[in-house]
Design a binder for this molecule. Sequence first.
Ligand SMILES: Nc1ncnc2c1ncn2[C@@H]1O[C@H](COP(=O)(O)OP(=O)(O)OP(=O)(O)O)[C@@H](O)[C@H]1O
Ligand SMILES: [Mg+2]
Length: 392
Amino acid sequence: MAPELESVLARTRVLVCLGPGGAGKTTTAAALAVAGAISGRRVAVLTVDPAARLKDALELPEEPGRLHPIPLPEGARGRLDAIQLDAKGLFDRLVRRLSPTPALAERVLANPVYRNIAGAFAGSDAYMALEQLLDIVGDPAYELVIVDTPPATHALELFDAPERILALLNSRALEYLEEPARILGVGTSRLARGLLSAVLSGLERITGLPLLRHISALAADFGLVSPAFRTRAESIRALLRATDTAYAMVAAPDPHGADEILAFAGEVHRLGIDVSLVVVNRVLKLGQAASTSPGAPPPGEAREPLEWSATLARNLVACAHDVETLIAGERSVIDALKAGFAQLDGGPARHGSSERPWLELPAIFPAPTSLAGIWKLAQALQADLARSTDAA
Ligand SMILES: Nc1ncnc2c1ncn2[C@@H]1O[C@H](COP(=O)(O)OP(=O)(O)OP(=O)(O)O)[C@@H](O)[C@H]1O
Ligand SMILES: [Mg+2]
């Protein structure tokens, strides 16, 4: 494995893959996990891909929310389990687990208002991923946990999620919901109370639910479960800032994407989070592309002699020229990214920035939508092919 990656993994328990949409967070999380397992670690990878691309690539069964063993290439010394986030199911399972009694859990789960509130909680895939992460981290079976983040997750959203949950649970919202008239305080006029109950019965008519009764019941019941949720939110907050939690920024060297990546990195920096590793994904590497093309002969075997016309030859030369231009373009995007990161770090010489590994994952063809593709990327990390060109 690239020694820089080895040294990051050696001091990391949780590695969170961040980055703009479509950069390759899900794929990179899987490749890093396979690489970690090949080098002997007991690894878990949590994927949050709603398009289920990684689930398909890792050949996970149709059963989100559970860890499944993933086959590894021959010679792998560790093991890998993968889990696909099941946000909605996870929230229900947490209510069951955290309720003081099973009857209470069932009452909460059956409450029609809960179904909507749970939808809102579970709708935050970022927070649910963190809840799931907390459980996996608590399992001593794993030495390294790699976490994918949902599409379009702003760093702020991820780090803010436990704060928002804590603010809600620490507020008096549940008390008020138990008895909405409390909102109006003690000295409120009869008119105001009358108005509030008119509003609530209007809502009941619109929703067709005995809303007030359901809300009060849920607030009373959930009040008994909420201390456990609060404790978990506090643990999640601590986990995000733990010294053995590291962050990898995944970036694609697209000509128009550099600003977006640097804006993302700036957001992370302002949150006081150190990016331990940058993975530039989908980098065009000619040797790599040729060796992974489906038409390439196995090593040692000669290619079939090609018949070609003058037109084909001319077109191929033009094409080769375009590929060179593309590669040069990607290199300048990567240079701009490095300069941008150095600026964020406070200058190229500052301690930390110069030590942060920059790895490059090759663009492979076909795209890594199968286990073989993920293995190929992991092997690139393994075989040290992933070291940034100018660092090698
Ligand atoms: N190294 C690579 N070579 C070729 N194709 C790749 C590579 N990495 C990722 N891809 C392809 O690019 C697409 C986006 O990758 P991926 O789903 O990992 O990105 P993502 O950052 O997780 O996206 P999202 O923000 O939607 O979650 C996928 O179709 C994937 O197969
Ligand atoms: Mg993804």
